[in-house]
Design a protein around this ligand. Structure first.
Ligand SMILES: [Zn+2]
Ligand SMILES: [Zn+2]
Length: 332
């Protein structure tokens, strides 16, 4: 179990556990400023996470009451979850980019039977058989985040969050989510990269599966990688894994990775017409397609949809008219 540790420049890393999740932890960063502590992200909301955050703050000589504000890189529950409890304990403000603020409702929607059957319907419309779709949408539960974590401020690109004595610049990096931001701490020349650039893993980039969205998430993500690359920052602190020693270089690797995945996917089509489900099953994942659990498959499916969506934008793949479930084929 990693413990809270100083990074230098008045920055501390606090690993907040994500129960039963292979990611293991969200790395929350605490920054000292004359007004108190500012947290970058807050961690997953359950007792395990809350204890981890409080223990981590104690390890660095602080308590949750010292938190002045929480800036969120994006709306995912492993980042947003605990900020409601932090605000309740300390009166801290919570800030998030306006485009992700608009997504927040989706995280607090009850996972009731209607929501679950919607999940199964999406998989069927993507081309899964009844049998393949059966494991989807069977376990309703609580939404991953509650309205208590609703941010009270929105952030805009290039805004400098005023922390007495320190400037934290908002760098809008949509892709992983529509309103993902990184934060650049000017006095320390370090970038908090959230889930945009990670040292060891490739961040998830997905599109909704049905209907295929207008939004081209992969184009956004790749543009945001180029933006970070052009800023030429070296030191980076991501939300999972280990620190980045070359943010720009890693952004370049991620760009290459997606270019390769795109061209492998075009090859996988051959001269066939494929549903999104089939396209996903032919992509390379961390384990064979048939061995991936339903949650992993739905993440993979949305990632496949993002790649197909982007290949449609590049005019390499097109929807075959009149097919149901929708099929796609190479244009040349
Ligand atoms: Zn995320
Ligand atoms: Zn995350």
């Amino acid at each position: 179990m990693p413990i809270a540790a100083p990074i230098g420049d008045g920055i501390f890393q606090i690993p907040v556990p994500i129960t039963d999740n292979p990611l293991g932890h969200t790395l929350v960063y605490a920054m000292e400023s004359p007004g108190g502590l500012v947290l970058v992200d807050a961690g997953w909301d359950d007792e395990n996470g809350w204890n981890g955050l409080q223990q981590g703050l104690a390890d660095i000589g602080h308590s949750v009451q010292d938190v002045e504000g929480v800036v969120l890189t994006h709306f995912h529950p492993d980042h947003v979850g605990l900020c409601g409890r932090v605000r309740e304990a300390s009166g801290a403000w919570i800030a998030m980019h306006e485009a992700d603020y608009a997504m927040f409702d989706g995280m607090v929607t009850p996972r009731d039977s209607a929501w679950m059957s919607g999940q199964r319907e999406n998989v069927l419309r993507a081309g899964a058989s009844q049998e393949e779709a059966a494991p989807f949408g069977v376990a309703a539960g609580d939404p991953p985040t509650t309205a208590a974590s609703t941010p009270d401020r929105t952030l805009a690109d290039d805004e400098v969050v005023p922390l007495a004595g320190r400037g934290l610049r908002v760098v809008y990096t949509p892709g992983h989510t529509p309103g993902h931001v990184c934060f650049y701490l000017e006095d320390a020349d370090v970038m908090f990269t959230g889930d945009h650039v990670l040292q060891k893993t490739t961040p998830h980039v997905g599109n909704f599966v049905y209907p295929l969205e207008e939004r081209d998430a992969l184009a956004e993500f790749m543009d945001s990688l180029r933006r970070v690359q052009s800023m030429d920052v070296t030191r980076g602190l991501g939300a999972h894994g280990i620190p980045l020693d070359n943010v720009a270089g890693r952004a370049g690797e991620l760009l290459d990775h997606h270019e390769e995945r795109l061209s492998l996917l075009v090859d996988a089509f051959g001269d066939e017409q494929l549903t999104l489900w089939q396209a996903a099953s032919r992509m390379k994942w961390y384990k064979p397609w048939d061995a991936i659990a339903p949650l992993g498959k739905s993440m993979a499916l949305s990632e496949a949809a993002a790649h197909v969506r982007h290949l449609v934008a590049r005019d390499e793949i097109a929807q075959v008219p009149g097919t149901e479930p929708v099929r796609f084929a190479r244009t040349r």
